[in-house]
Design a protein around this ligand. Structure first.
Ligand code: C2E
Ligand code: MG
Ligand code: MG
Ligand code: MG
Length: 277
């Protein structure tokens, strides 16, 4: 039987670990097996309007439920899944899972929007856009119900990435830039942002009450978004005071433990009205 250190705060896998390391090889094996056996599940975190607390959508977040190690958070396996390209079949499973849920919502007359995180490795995969379009068709999901959360590295123009993003958007799927403000946010790619939404990274939200630099950055992002006609979502709101401050800085939408942790879709939808500022 395979023995791996895991759970709690122990490091299961560090990006950049030698390809030959035993732990990495074991973990890669477990990951492949788990994709085949579908040992994953999704949690959904609410997104809300900051002024009224009204639910605007949910973000799907994957968890690995390993038979021996228990539940493993994405930060501990997504980097390895990306390096090994296991993220490609796993990402397809995630998208399918979300679309299955969306189909049920549609049948029930609901309009809840679903956001799905997509790795740059998936975006770069030949045929990715067709895969997405085929899956939403298969489950009869209106494209407007789906938002893909990409990181800034997906917007750097390599191998027709911009074209892929534009094709998705021309079909009605919306695109958000996740963790905005941390990565490659040089103003060179920002001037032609082919996106619908900017998600302000939680690093700026965490200290927004005491750090004037964070306030200034958030204000700048809001101004940029207004100029470019983009929507803004603030991530990682844990306190009502942060929500109020973000509202005053011009953010209208947010997400964070203050409103709700990632949870079952049923629970996320049950709380129709979240705390308002
Ligand atoms: P992300 O997409 O930026 O998601 C936000 C992360 O912050 C989630 O962690 C969420 O649980 C956490 N979070 C939300 N609100 C708060 C808050 O108020 N305070 C704090 N401290 N944290 C908060 P999670 O679920 O562990 O996911 C981590 C990252 O793993 C995600 O960051 C995303 O980059 C990646 N990930 C998660 N699910 C998927 C997936 O299905 N596919 C891909 N490709 N990546 C995923
Ligand atoms: Mg995200
Ligand atoms: Mg984020
Ligand atoms: Mg992140």
């Amino acid at each position: 039987k395979v023995k791996l250190r895991g759970g709690g705060d122990t490091v299961l896998y560090k990006p950049g670990t030698s390809k030959m390391s035993l732990e990495r090889i074991l973990l890669e094996n477990e990951l492949r097996k788990s994709v085949q056996q579908q040992h994953f599940y999704l949690e959904y975190q609410p997104k809300v309007l900051l002024d009224t607390g009204e639910l605007t959508g949910v973000e799907a977040l994957v968890r690995w439920n390993h038979p021996d190690l228990g539940v493993i958070p994405p930060n501990k396996f997504i980097p390895l899944a990306e390096e090994t390209k296991i993220i490609v079949p796993l990402g397809e499973w995630i998208l399918r899972e979300v679309c299955k849920r969306a189909e049920i919502e549609v049948a029930a007359g609901e309009t809840c929007r679903f956001a799905v995180n997509v790795s740059t490795v998936q975006m770069k995969e030949e045929g990715f856009v067709d895969t997405v379009l085929n899956i939403i068709k298969e489950y009869h999901v209106p494209p407007q119900m789906l938002e893909l959360e990409l990181t800034e590295s997906s917007f750097i123009d390599t191998e027709g990435m911009k074209e892929s993003i534009q094709r998705l958007r021309s079909e009605g799927i919306t695109v958000a830039i996740d963790d905005f403000g941390t990565g490659y946010s040089t103003f060179s790619y920002i001037k032609e942002l082919p996106a619908d939404t900017l998600k302000i990274d939680m690093a700026f939200v965490r200290d927004v009450l005491e750090n004037e630099n964070s306030q200034a950055i958030i204000k700048a992002i809001v101004t940029l978004a207004e100029t470019a006609g983009l929507n803004v979502v603030a991530e990682g709101i844990e306190l009502p005071e942060q929500a109020k401050m973000l509202y005053n800085l011009g953010c209208r939408e947010g997400q964070g433990y203050y409103y709700g942790r990632p949870m079952s879709l049923e629970n996320a939808k049950e709380i129709r009205e979240y705390g308002s500022t």
